[in-house]
Design a protein around this ligand. Structure first.
Ligand code: ATP
Ligand code: MG
Ligand code: MG
Length: 400
């Protein structure tokens, strides 16, 4: 399909599913990650992978010497070396004249890495988000000042290195401020006005060479800030709101340069307005359903987009107009003494009509770690919900 080798920053489950999609298209991939047996390296023994960190300039340089285009399955990468790699003089002097392209644009990755700057770009682009306030120095007074502007509760967030809610603290009153400082005080911070939402939604969006296209709207259910279950299409959300959500997600992605797939998280507020929560410049957990419920998965579409391969307009639709889907995350058992308990959920799903089990090859589970997911697909949400009910009950019962 394309003779270029794709270098992927990160070799976790998103990289693993990207490699699966690449294999079907005869595309060559090589991975940069520290563990020699990372989830993505396990299923791609075709190439010599790089052992090193996606946050380390020398390792990314080494990846660049072995590939033609670099993409990422994670945003916490060193963007300074990515910036250098695209410069003609760097390519001439340090890469022996070899060209390398970065997709999505390193500027996009750099901005999205800092959630405060990300919000600023969205706000400047006229995209509705929660209001934000910068915090120059983490002090009791600074956090009280935020409270006097936003009221309580408000959300204190780390600007960088956030995932699964690690980096967020809900400040419910002045009394919470010492605890908020002890948890997040050493990190660069900003504050967000509390979003009174009735539901969280997420839309995968692809930008190829010609168009920006959104997938159907997923309803996302989080527990302790970790995504647990997705319903697609979002339940009880009118066609009008779904259309608005998809358009808003496309507008949000249009504020950032570069090709590839993006995960867009948003809040459906009590008054039915929509606010963007955050973007991920890569495939996203809320888009896993696209593997089993759409003609083209988020992983394949990402590869098509960065390589300028065709993306027909139906690529981002559900397989049929009534296709419905539920995705359940398989998390590591909360009990450290039962590190394989997550497999019970996976095994039980094998008997469910319409279910596909995806395991990530991470070995024994750690509490809360994403070990795999299950997608159930059917001809109506009622059918899929009936089939998925025991699985969802088991997932929440055991905390898996
Ligand atoms: P991810 O794993 O999705 O990258 P993250 O660590 O970047 O997570 P956020 O997406 O910022 O965290 O927030 C996690 C969850 O916290 C959201 O899904 C939402 O439930 C809640 N949340 C975030 N911001 C706000 C807000 N301003 N008001 C109310 N709730 C919020
Ligand atoms: Mg995030
Ligand atoms: Mg999030």
């Amino acid at each position: 399909m394309d003779s270029r080798t794709i270098g992927i920053l990160g070799g976790g489950q998103l990289g693993r599913m990207m490699v699966e999609a690449a294999h079907r298209l005869n595309l060559s991939t090589i991975l940069l990650d520290t563990p020699p047996d990372s989830p993505a390296k396990q299923i791609n023994a075709l190439n010599t992978h790089i052992q090193g960190s996606f946050a380390d300039a020398a390792s990314i340089h080494e990846l660049a010497t072995n590939c033609d285009i670099i993409t990422a399955e994670i945003e916490h990468v060193d963007t300074h070396i990515l910036e250098q790699l695209e410069k003609p003089e760097y390519q001439a002097t340090k890469l022996g004249g070899k060209k390398v392209e970065i997709q999505p644009d390193w500027k996009t990755i750099r901005t999205i890495q800092d959630k405060y700057l990300q919000h600023k770009v969205l706000i400047d682009g006229g995209v509705p988000t929660a209001e934000v306030l910068p915090i120059q120095e983490a002090s009791e007074q600074a956090l009280k000042d935020v409270g006097s502007v936003f009221g309580y509760p408000y959300m204190l967030k780390s600007r960088t290195m956030a995932y699964d809610g690690r980096g967020n603290f809900a400040v419910t009153s002045e009394k919470d401020i010492p605890e908020a400082l002890s948890q997040l005080g050493t990190r660069p911070l900003y504050a967000e006005k509390w979003a009174h939402f009735k539901m969280e939604l997420a839309v995968m969006v692809v930008r190829g060479k010609d168009a920006v296209m959104g997938y159907p709207v997923a309803e996302t259910v989080h527990e302790k800030s970790i995504l647990r279950v997705c319903y697609i299409p979002a339940r009880g959300v009118s066609k009008e709101i779904q259309e608005r959500a998809r358009k808003l997600a496309e507008q949000a992605v249009s504020a950032f340069p570069g090709k590839g797939v993006f995960g867009v998280e948003m809040f459906l507020m009590d008054d039915e307005t929509l606010l963007i929560n955050e973007l991920a410049p890569r495939p996203h957990n809320s888009g896993h359903y696209t593997i089993d419920a759409c003609p083209t998965s988020q992983f394949e579409i990402h590869l098509r987009a960065i390589l300028d391969l065709p993306i027909p307009p139906t690529a981002t639709s559900l397989s049929t107009p009534t296709t419905s889907s539920i995705m359940v995350n398989i998390l590591g058992s909360p009990d450290p003494n039962t590190p394989w308990a997550h497999l019970d959920l996976a095994r039980s799903a094998l008997s469910i009509p319409g279910a596909t089990v995806h395991l990530y090859g991470k070995g024994p589970g750690r509490p809360g770690r994403k070990m795999g997911h299950i997608t159930i697909v059917g001809a109506s949400m009622a059918e899929v919900q009936a089939n998925a009910a025991p699985l969802i009950a088991a997932a929440f019962d055991t905390g898996e």
